[in-house]
Design a protein around this ligand. Sequence first.
Ligand SMILES: [Zn+2]
Length: 117
Amino acid sequence: MTGRRPPPCGKCQRQVLWAKTERGKWIPLDPAPDPKGNQAAWQDSDGTWKTRQVGPASDPPWDWEKPFMPHAATCKPEAAVVPARPRPANVTPITAARSLRGGRRTPAGRRGPNQRK
Ligand SMILES: [Zn+2]
């Protein structure tokens, strides 16, 4: 990173810490260290953050590593992606359509003759 601000999270627009995994993939971490996080991250000499996943099968964080929470675990988009619009007057809600359905109901646990398995 050369002085430019790293891009924020694309979903919630919060600042995140981008770190490179052992497989060379960039993942967003919460910017503040979190002892409950499963990512052990450290800053390389060129300023790049690098991270590895820690768990029961791996080494615990070394002295030079700090635990971070993957941002995916805490990301909460502020606004819904698709805003809810009122239902048009000519659209029947699915719940009402179900209750108005004609025909005999099949007892629970038994399938009717026309139902596929
Ligand atoms: Zn986010």
